[in-house]
Design a protein around this ligand. Structure first.
Ligand code: DSN
Length: 430
């Protein structure tokens, strides 16, 4: 395998590539290239992270071989003894992590968790109140082309047009008018603290359920760095692979026994068949990691790094939506730096320089989603690698050199070399 000598790989990954080299060279080449890409680029996509070696290899283990439809103690297949143990371990750790009574660890993804939750809490045609995707919501919260917007009547609240913050009085007004069956809070591109207690007060006033989708901030919530949706939300959904730093997957939590029973039925057999037991095994290990004191320190550093990166960008003339960040991400309005700069160009130029980001619409963005005026940047992955506040100044500087030069080829090449050398000082596993 022609793997670059200066990129460190853990022993099991080396073995895997060696196993594949003669067996399936096409797959081996692509997997090696991806390992190198991750090791030599700066990952600033707010919804991504680098899992530990243990979580990564558990996700590729013999647990993948089993059908375990049903739940621990009530399976539709024989041979599930140890799978029951694994799923129980994941459930118990999830409950401990979020301080709640019930956990379903089977959703294959966050969108699947939301599908099962919608089906458990509402009937088709019921009204659901949520923030639209264009303002930082999520497609599974009611986008027309998604199941949520197809089978439910979606009412929307929006951010305040001036402050770009949640306006709880305005949300209450919309809720009184549309009388939803369920209100959704929790977002994909909102950089401020969410007041779950206030949302619950609004839900109670109009007789609605409150669903909190904490996919982005789950790690911060588990670590106590962002307020918890419990005891306010009736149901909490999340992914497990963002700030929580687990394998790709979903999770549903609640304190209510009746809701928990409905959720279980709607995950299986309602919307899924056999659970991905290798992923549930990896979730158990990741939740165990998140219960350790080091994880709290990690999440605190994620937030400190986001503040430092935000300051570095503001200093260089960028505008941050809502004026800043309280969590792991920021939404950058590029037009303040250069009126012609689009998110699409910024994403492309930065990728060539080894800085991985995603274009993102900003509130009331005049440009279409394929262009956008913004970038969404997050610090979970960089913090996993060990970067600290001082490093954020370097990152802001690299970003600005690339964007300030409008993607000039010589500048991008120079930054790419610097980023690669820098990344090699921060191996993915340490
Ligand atoms: N696509 C995810 C994100 O990037 O935020 C949400 O599902």
């Amino acid at each position: 395998m022609n793997f670059p000598k200066d990129v460190a790989l853990d022993a099991m990954s080396v073995q895997l590539l060696q196993l594949l080299e003669g067996y399936d060279p096409a797959a081996a080449r692509l997997m090696a290239a991806e390992a190198e890409r991750q090791a030599t680029t700066l990952e600033l996509i707010a919804s991504e992270n680098h899992v530990s070696m243990q979580v990564m290899h558990a996700a590729g283990s013999w647990l993948t071989n089993k059908y375990a439809e049903g739940y621990p103690g009530k399976r539709y297949y024989g041979g599930c003894e140890f799978h029951d143990g694994i799923e129980d371990l994941a459930r118990e750790r999830a409950k401990q992590l979020f301080g709640c009574r019930f956990a379903n660890v089977q959703p294959h993804s966050g969108a699947n968790a939301n599908t099962a939750t919608f089906m458990a809490m509402c009937e088709p045609g019921d009204t659901i109140l949520s923030l639209p995707i264009k303002s930082g919501g999520h497609l599974s919260h009611g986008l027309k082309v998604n199941f949520s917007g197809t089978f439910y009547k979606i009412a929307e609240y929006d951010l305040d047009a001036t402050t770009e913050l949640l306006d709880y009085d305005a949300i209450a007004t919309v809720a009184r008018a549309c009388k939803p069956k369920m209100i959704i809070c929790g977002y994909s591109a909102y950089s401020r603290v969410i007041d779950f207690a206030r949302f619950r007060a609004i839900a109670d006033e109009v007789g609605a359920f409150l669903m909190a989708d904490i996919a982005h901030i789950a790690g911060l919530v588990a670590a106590g760095v962002h307020p918890s949706p419990f005891p306010h939300a009736h149901v909490v959904t999340t992914t497990t692979h963002k700030t929580l730093r687990g394998p790709r997957g979903g999770l549903i939590l609640t304190n209510d026994e009746e809701i928990a029973k409905k959720i279980d039925r709607k995950v299986f057999p309602g919307t899924q068949g056999g659970p991905l037991m290798h992923i549930i095994g990896a979730k158990a290990i990741a939740f165990g990691e998140a219960l350790k004191p080091e994880f709290t320190v990690y999440c605190q550093q994620v937030v400190k790094n986001a503040s430092a990166l935000a300051a570095g960008l503001v200093k260089r003339g960028y505008r941050l939506c809502s004026g800043g960040t309280d969590n792991h991400l920021m939404l950058v309005d590029l037009r303040a730096r250069d009126a012609n700069l689009t998110g699409a160009n910024a994403e492309k130029w930065l990728e060539t320089a080894g800085i991985i980001v995603n274009k993102n619409g900003i509130p009331n963005d005049p440009r279409p989603p394929v262009a956008t005026s913004g970038l969404r940047l997050g610090t979970p992955a960089l913090t996993t690698r060990g970067l600290k506040e001082a490093d954020m100044e370097l990152v802001a500087n690299w970003i600005d050199r690339v964007l300030g030069s409008s993607g000039d080829a010589a500048t991008v090449t120079a930054v790419r070399a610097e980023v690669r050398a820098f990344c090699l000082k921060f191996p993915l596993f340490h």
